[in-house]
Structures are given as structure tokens and as C-alpha cells.
Design a protein around this ligand. Structure first.
Ligand code: ZN
Length: 145
């Protein structure tokens, strides 16, 4: 009975797929938790790689800009904040090697989009500005048509 065998086989495949989909769904729920929709999706590691790419771009594009490296990271609810300095300053610790005008880089925790900030004010100000939707920088203005 070839038809009967085919039907049994198809039914087995269907049950296997349904079981698999349920397992995938359960794993997803377990990972995200009950209020998973508002959990951050960008890890510090991912955000750091983004910020490092921005720094590399800055030092290669701006004339006279030395190689740059991340000095510290701050965790905020909406974004990661990366402060940076010249690699030379990190090595020597001399203010003669320090950068002036190096506003921290923000990386959005939901989208992973990097943002540059100003330099005059503490990073909390720029984070507050970002959260309230009043922030603009080269990255957002070029991203929007
Ligand atoms: Zn921006």
C-alpha cells in the first residue's frame, strides 16, 4: 500500500515540524522573558565594535586625527556611551597627547545605530537629549533622506 505509507510518512513529518516550531517558540519566550519586547538587543560587545568602527573612520577621515581607542563605557537604558581618547594618550597619560573636542559616542541599544555628541557638556546631558528626541548628528542626518 504505497499511498498509505506516504500518508503516514507525511503525518510524521507534520508532527515533527510542529514539535520543532513549538520548541523554537518556547526557546524564544525563555530567552526574552515575560516583558521581552523592551529588553535591550544590542550587547556591550556589539556596541563596542560599532563604536570602534566609528573611531577608526574618524581617525582615517579627519586630517591630523591620531589613532583613537575607547577609554570607558557607560551603560544607559537607551544607549551605550563610549568615551574615547587618542591611543597615544592612553599609553603616555600625558595631557599633551590628549584629544580636545572628543564628545562621547552613543550606540542605540535597540537599533545599534551610532551617534556622535558634542563636547561641552557631561555625557548625561547628551543621553537625556537623545532620549527626548532632540539629538541630531551626522549619523542620523545622513541616515534620513
Ligand atoms: Zn545621531
Amino acid at each position: 500500500m504505497p499511498y498509505g505509507e506516504t500518508i503516514v510518512m507525511l503525518a510524521t513529518v507534520a508532527v515533527t515540524l510542529a514539535t520543532h516550531n513549538l520548541a523554537v517558540y518556547k526557546a524564544r519566550v525563555a530567552r526574552s522573558g515575560s516583558s521581552g519586547h523592551d529588553l535591550p538587543v544590542i550587547t556591550e560587545h556589539e556596541a563596542r565594535r560599532t563604536a570602534e568602527a566609528v573611531l577608526q573612520d574618524m581617525s582615517s577621515r579627519q586630517p591630523g586625527m591620531p589613532p583613537l581607542a575607547i577609554m570607558h563605557v557607560e551603560e544607559h537604558q537607551a544607549c551605550w556611551v563610549f568615551g574615547y581618547q587618542s591611543v597615544r594618550y592612553i599609553e603616555t597619560g600625558s595631557f599633551l597627547d590628549s584629544l580636545v573636542g572628543n564628545g562621547p559616542i552613543l550606540v542605540d541599544r535597540q537599533t545599534g545605530q551610532p551617534h556622535t555628541t558634542g563636547t561641552a557638556l557631561p555625557s548625561d546631558y547628551y543621553v537625556a537629549e537623545y532620549v527626548s528626541g532632540q539629538h541630531t548628528c551626522d549619523f542620523c542626518t545622513t541616515a534620513q533622506p
